[in-house]
Design a protein around this ligand. Sequence first.
Ligand SMILES: [Zn+2]
Length: 375
Amino acid sequence: MHYATRQPVRLAWSDGVVTALEPARKAPEDAWLAPALFDPQVNGYGGVDFQRDQLTDDELLAATRRLRRDGCARVLYTLITDEWPRILARVRHVRDRRARNAELRHAIAGFHIEGPFLSAVPGFKGAHNADVMRDATPRDIEELRAAAGDDPVLLTLAAERTGALDAIQAAVSLGIKVSLGHTNASAETMERAVRAGATAFTHLGNALPQQLDRHDNVIWRVADTPGLVAGIIPDTIHVSPLLFRLLHRALPPARIYYTTDAMSAAGAPPGRYTIGSLELEVGADQIVRLPGKTNFAGSALKPIEGVFRAAQMLGRSWRDVWDHFSVRAAKLMSLGEPLAPGQPADFCVLRLEDNGPLKSIETIVRGERTADVPK
Ligand SMILES: [Zn+2]
């Protein structure tokens, strides 16, 4: 059954590429076909921290295969604030590993660079290290493009930093997508950033102080700036169910994509984990905290859980929100229309009765089942 039309369908593919998606006469009523999830912000998964240097193929495959088991075929490999040369070295290393491994090349669709060109102001900086934050220069952008080759890149920056608008223009001219985030840019600066080419906003509702001005704050400004597609973490923790519902009423569906912003604890048991040099605690409540502090630092959310939590918060079917975590996330990065002929045969088969609990999910990537997770 097709997740959106609720009609029986037949999907055909050859050599890992979709050749047809057409009506069928009948299908099992508890088997649903949907495009595989795509997550534009993953900092680590299944105990593997993407901020570490020199990760091996097996470590990268352990993370990406666990993501597949949880519904997600492809991610943007996300690197957070650090010294710029270290970020670039990680990009080069992962790109090099991918060049030798077709499975990794597909699973890691590109890079999301979140920092160091962010707001260092407490609250807005989130859990990032303000000591190494700085202004972006066009040269930094050229270096990023050179390190990432022709891979898709999403760059999150704060538009109020000196030189940010020039950096946005430089990035967009090199095919880098720009998302605003960890920012307290004014409405006017946000508008200018959109005119310079910014198209997205990173994890709206997070990287904010506890107290905000009721008349004018980042959440209101983003909602009022039509050119920005907002990422939202649908775990019920990073954005309250109340705010989550309000954002879905205020923004048209095309302006919302979902992301886990997962760190290494996602898809792994509670305990202590790292994002780079930060040591974090993850409790049974799945909340990721700096020990002794209240800020969140990434999530322990599994992509498929995000879909079902979003549906629950909105009082809708999982089928109604699925596109936020697949079609719209892919569109943000111009990755092509999922399940269309000519596109990779990446899809999920979900087993569940209509709106009943999920019984199982299998993610097929390029027409193939997931291999075992390396030890
Ligand atoms: Zn962040």
